[in-house]
Write a protein that binds this ligand. Structure first.
Ligand SMILES: Nc1ncnc2c1ncn2[C@@H]1O[C@H](COP(=O)(O)OP(=O)(O)OP(=O)(O)O)[C@@H](O)[C@H]1O
Ligand SMILES: [Mg+2]
Length: 226
């Protein structure tokens, strides 16, 4: 088995001097291809900091991160964003959709960045929206959709590029029980179809969907529960 995520001695410090915050303090983590893992831990323990680095949205202060075997240590912002576009689908707690445009246009966006032609973009975005059960909402704008539907659009956007890894930071944190269940069912299906899924959650019932739970305590991985 080849790890899709390999993190060694990862450190992230925000700020400097007296006000420096050591969010990650030498964290190690390996995730195999096709795994589904849940990350849990107290508020402020460094979970989002870790996920943002795994998603190439931020860079560590030190340590190494191998993504699908590629060492990202010396990558600049442009290289990181290219890699992100090719390998990562990111789902945020607050959906982060572009407000004044349709579900379809939101889902097409990563394909625009990837330089995919218009006709193919449309076809793939429609297929992704179909996959999350939103075929009949393609021309709705985010404010015309429920929270659960918005999160499903965000998931469609995350998977439209066929990323190796789907990262989700408390994807059900802003959703009611029914919408949470739908979102978790979609993540289950993604995992079943061979995707690697890494999700942050505060809820045991959500973590139960994963194959294993990684606990982050004070910027390090504490214990691994199977
Ligand atoms: N951009 C930033 N600038 C300064 N400090 C930050 C920044 N982002 C996070 N921190 C600090 O780093 C620490 C870890 O934050 P992080 O967001 O990773 O925690 P978390 O485990 O995701 O918490 P939560 O469960 O509340 O989302 C916290 O002390 C936080 O205040
Ligand atoms: Mg967080």
């Amino acid at each position: 088995m080849s790890p899709v995520i390999e993190v060694r001695n990862l450190r992230k410090t925000y700020g400097a001097g007296d006000t420096a915050v050591h969010a990650l303090r030498g964290l190690d983590l390996t995730v195999e291809k096709g795994e589904y893992i849940a990350i849990m831990g107290a508020s402020g323990s460094g979970k989002s900091t870790l996920l943002n680095i795994l998603g190439c949205l931020d860079i560590p202060t030190s340590g190494t991160y191998l993504l699908d075997g590629i060492d990202t240590s010396d990558f600049d912002e442009e290289q990181l964003s290219l890699l992100r576009n090719r390998k990562i689908g990111f789902v945020f707690q607050s959906f982060n959709l572009v407000p004044r445009t349709t579900a379809l246009a939101n889902v097409e966006l990563p394909l625009v960045y990837a330089g995919v032609r218009r006709a193919q973009r449309r076809e793939r975005a429609l297929a992704a929206l179909d996959l999350v059960g939103l075929k009949d909402r393609t021309h709705h704008r985010p404010n015309e959709l429920s929270g659960g539907q918005q999160q499903r659009v965000a998931i469609a956007r995350a998977l439209v590029t066929s990323p190796a890894i789907v990262l989700a930071d408390e994807p059900t944190g802003n959703l009611d029980t029914d919408s949470s269940r739908e979102v978790l069912a979609i993540l289950d299906r993604l995992h079943a179809s061979g995707r690697t899924v890494v999700l942050i959650t505060h809820e045991d019932e959500v973590a139960a969907h994963a194959m294993r739970t990684v606990r982050v305590v004070d910027g390090r991985v504490a214990g691994v529960l199977v």
